[in-house]
Ligand binder design. Structure first.
Ligand code: NAI
Ligand code: PYR
Ligand code: MG
Length: 625
C-alpha cells in the first residue's frame, strides 16, 4: 500500500472529485479511495486520530486529508509531524523513528521556517515553501502569519498571490479548494458534501473572471479564495477547518490559459452571462441547503456579475461582496483618518476616482453613505464625486452606453463638455483626493500628481492631498509610494492596495522616513465574516458593512496616530479585526438579523464590550506550537 500510494500520488488524485461518487462510499482497503472517500470525520475525530498499523508514508497530511486544504493538518500534521512531540507521545502515536529524534519547541520551528523563507529568492518559491508548511504543520504556518504578518502576508496574499494565480496550473501540487465546473451543475450538493471538514462557516468563492487587476484567469484564480481564507484564520481567528475556498469554473476568456496544455480548468470560452447566472443560482441554492450557516464572500467576479450577484442574493442569503462592500468599508475608514489629517475640512473634500468598476463604484457609494450620515442630502453627497474610466469623466451625455453600475455617478453638470484625460478632470474639478481603482500601472503620472497637489495647495497653507492608488498587485498600482512622496514634496496622505516599503530620503545631514499605508480590504473582511458568524447573522446588512469601516477608523492606537498613519499597522490586523467583528456583531443585532438569543445580548449589554470581547476571544483559533 505504501509504495502504491507513493507512485500513484494519491494526494493529487482529482478523480476523487467525480460528482457521481458518493462521499460516503464505503472505503475499500485495496483502493486509493480509502484515502479519498473516507466518511467525513468530525474535527474532534481528526484531532484525536491516532493511526494504527503502518503509518502514512507520504510526508503530508493524514489519509483523511487526501484533499489537502490547510485545515486538517492543523490538528493532524502538527500532532503527527511536528517536532515537539514528547517521547511518550511518539510511542503512543507510533511515531518513534518517523520524525527526527530531536524534540523542539515552537520557537525553533519558527526559526527554521523563517530561515528557509528568507533564503528563497522569489516570492513564488517562498509561497511554495509556506504552502508545504501549511499542509504539514498548519499551526506553524498560522504562527508565522500572525507573528510575522508584515513579512508573510504579502507572500500568501497580494502581491505574490497574483503571480501564484498566473502560474497556478503549473505550480499545482495538490487540491486545496472545491473546484466546481458549470458542467457539474447538477452535482453541486454532492461536491459540497465531499468537502472533508464538517460545517464550514465561511466560504470565499470566485469564478476567476477578474482576479486582482490581472483579468480573467479562470480556475487559476482559486489562489485568491485560498489566500483570503488564510487571512480569515490569521487575522480573525476563524479555525482553518471552518474555511472553504471555492472556484466556479465557467471556462475563461484568457487565451493564454486556453492554450496552456497544463491549464487545470475547462478549456472553453465562458458561456453567456445568463447561463453563468443560472449556474450561480444553483450554486447559492445548494450552499443554502448543504451549509445553511455558512457566510459566503463573493470575490473577484468581473464587475457586471459582481453587482448583479450581490443584488440578487443579499436579501436571501448570508453573503457580501468583498470588492464592492469590503473595499468600500476599508477605503472609507482610511478616508476618514486621511481627511482629518489633510487640513481640508471633510465637507469641503472633492474626490476624483480613476476607475469606475466594482471597486471604484463600491467605494464611492460607501463614501456617499458616510456623507449622508453626516447630514448631506444624497444628491449633495453624490456631487462630491467625479468618476473617470477609460473614456474619461463619466457623464450622462458622453455619448456611449454606460454600464448600469456607472449610471448613479454619471455627472449632469458638465454643460456638454467632455473631459477625456485625468489631467483635464483635475483641472476642472480641483480635487483634494484622488483614488485609483483602474488595475492600470502608472496612470497617476507626475503631471497628474503635481496637479493634484497644486489644487490642494491653492486652498491654503499646510493642506495635504489624499492619494490612494489602490489597484493590486503592485504591478498594477497607479503610482508608487516613492513617486507619491517625491511629487507631492512628502505631503501625500497615501494608501495603496499592496504594500510598499517605507521610503527614506536625505534631508541635509539627517534623513526623513515616510510610512505608507496599505488600504486593503484585509482590514475588514475577516472582521465582517467573523462578526456575521458569531452573531449568527441571517444576512449581512449595509449597517454591518458601514460599522466595519467606522470601527476600523477608530481602532488606531496612539503610536499609529502619532506617526500619521491612517490604518493600524498590518502587524495589528488581528486586534483590529476583533474590534471590527465585535462592532459588526452589534450592528447585526441592531438590524434584527442576529439569531443569537436575546438573553445573551442582554447579558453582554450589562457587562459592556469586555464581555463581548471575551466571547469573541473564546471562539477564535490561536495556534500554539
Ligand atoms: N485595495 C483593495 O483592497 C482592492 C483593490 N482592488 C483593485 O482594484 C482594481 C479594479 O478592480 P475592479 O473595480 O473590480 O475592476 P473593474 O475591471 O471592474 O474596474 C476597472 C475600472 O477601471 C477603468 N480603467 C481601466 N483602465 C483605465 C485607465 N487607463 N484609465 C481610466 N480608467 C481605467 C475601467 O474602465 C473600469 O471602470 C483591481 O486592480 C483590484 O485589484 C479591488 C478590490 C479591493
Ligand atoms: C484586494 C482585493 O480584493 C482585490 O484586489 O481584488
Ligand atoms: Mg478582490
Amino acid at each position: 500500500m505504501a509504495s502504491q500510494l507513493r507512485t500513484l500520488g494519491a494526494r493529487t488524485c482529482l478523480a476523487s472529485f467525480s460528482p457521481s461518487s458518493s462521499p460516503s462510499s464505503s472505503p475499500s482497503s485495496s483502493s486509493t479511495h480509502l484515502y479519498l472517500f473516507r466518511p467525513r470525520a468530525s474535527f474532534h475525530e481528526l484531532v484525536s486520530h491516532s493511526p494504527r498499523g503502518p503509518p502514512d508514508p507520504c510526508p503530508g497530511p493524514g489519509p483523511a486529508y487526501a484533499h489537502a486544504n490547510a485545515p486538517a493538518p492543523v490538528a493532524d500534521g502538527y500532532r503527527r509531524l511536528g517536532l515537539s512531540f514528547t517521547p511518550e507521545q511518539r510511542v503512543s502515536k507510533n511515531l518513534t523513528g518517523l520524525i527526527p529524534h530531536v524534540m523542539e519547541d515552537g520557537s525553533k520551528q519558527l526559526e527554521r521556517a523563517l530561515k528557509m523563507i528568507r533564503t528563497r529568492q522569489t516570492g513564488i518559491d517562498k509561497y511554495l515553501y509556506l504552502s508545504t508548511i501549511k499542509s504539514q504543520n498548519a499551526d506553524l504556518f498560522y504562527r508565522l502569519l500572525m507573528d510575522h504578518g508584515k513579512e508573510m502576508m504579502p507572500l500568501v496574499y497580494t502581491p505574490t498571490i497574483g503571480d501564484v494565480c498566473l502560474q497556478y496550473s503549473t505550480i499545482y501540487t495538490r487540491p486545496e479548494a472545491l473546484y466546481i465546473s458549470i458542467k457539474q451543475r447538477k452535482s453541486i450538493r454532492t461536491i459540497l458534501r465531499n468537502w472533508p471538514y464538517p460545517n464550514p462557516e465561511i466560504c470565499v468563492v470566485t469564478d476567476g473572471s477578474r482576479i486582482l487587476g490581472l483579468g480573467d484567469l479562470g480556475v487559476n484564480g482559486v489562489g485568491i479564495p485560498i489566500g483570503k481564507l488564510a487571512l480569515y484564520t490569521a487575522a480573525a481567528g476563524i479555525h482553518p477547518s471552518k474555511t472553504l475556498p471555492i472556484v466556479l469554473d465557467c471556462g475563461t476568456a484568457n487565451e493564454t490559459n486556453l492554450k496552456d496544455p497544463l491549464y487545470l480548468g475547462m478549456r472553453t470560452k465562458r458561456p453567456s452571462v445568463a447561463e453563468q447566472q443560472e449556474f450561480m443560482d444553483e450554486f447559492m441554492e445548494a450552499v443554502a441547503d448543504v451549509y445553511p450557516d455558512m457566510v459566503v464572500q463573493f470575490e473577484d467576479f468581473e464587475s457586471e456579475k459582481a453587482f448583479n450577484y450581490l443584488d440578487r442574493y443579499r436579501n436571501t442569503h448570508k453573503c457580501f461582496n468583498d470588492d464592492i462592500q469590503g473595499t468600500g468599508a476599508v477605503v472609507l475608514a482610511g478616508y476618514i483618518s486621511a481627511a482629518n489629517l489633510s487640513g481640508v475640512p471633510i465637507d469641503e473634500q472633492r474626490l476624483v476616482f480613476m476607475g469606475a468598476g466594482s471597486a471604484g463604484v463600491g467605494v464611492a457609494k460607501q463614501l456617499v453613505e458616510y456623507y449622508t450620515k453626516r447630514g448631506l442630502s444624497e444628491q449633495a453627497a453624490k456631487d462630491k464625486f467625479w468618476l473617470v474610466d477609460t473614456k474619461g469623466l463619466v457623464t450622462k451625455d458622453r455619448g456611449d452606453k454606460l454600464a448600469e453600475h456607472k449610471k448613479y455617478f454619471a455627472r449632469t453638470d458638465n454643460n456638454g463638455h467632455q473631459f477625456r484625460t485625468l489631467e483635464q478632470v483635475i483641472e476642472y474639478v480641483k480635487p483634494s483626493a484622488l483614488v485609483g481603482l483602474t488595475a492600470t500601472f502608472g496612470v497617476f503620472t507626475e503631471s497628474v500628481i503635481r496637479a493634484l497637489k497644486a489644487s490642494v495647495d491653492a486652498g491654503g497653507l499646510g493642506r495635504r492631498p489624499i492619494l490612494f492608488p489602490l489597484s493590486n498587485p503592485l504591478t498594477k498600482a497607479e503610482c508608487t509610494f516613492e513617486q507619491a512622496v517625491n511629487w507631492t514634496d512628502g505631503t501625500a496622505l497615501f494608501a495603496s492596495g499592496s504594500p510598499f516599503s517605507n521610503y527614506t530620503v536625505k534631508a541635509g545631514d539627517s534623513t526623513i522616513t515616510y510610512y505608507p499605508n496599505q488600504g486593503n480590504n484585509v482590514y475588514v473582511f475577516p472582521g465582517i465574516g467573523l462578526g456575521a458568524i458569531l452573531a449568527k447573522a441571517s444576512r449581512v446588512t449595509d449597517n454591518m458593512i458601514y460599522t466595519s469601516a467606522a470601527s476600523l477608523a477608530a481602532s488606531l492606537n496612539a503610536d499609529e496616530i502619532h506617526k500619521g498613519l491612517i490604518y493600524p499597522r498590518i502587524e495589528r490586523v488581528r486586534e483590529a479585526s476583533i474590534i471590527v467583528a465585535r462592532e459588526v456583531m452589534k450592528a447585526a443585532r441592531r438590524d434584527g438579523v442576529s439569531m443569537l438569543p436575546e438573553s445573551k445580548w442582554l447579558e453582554w449589554e450589562e457587562w459592556g464590550d469586555a464581555a463581548l470581547n471575551k466571547y469573541i476571544k473564546a471562539h477564535v483559533y490561536d495556534p500554539t506550537l
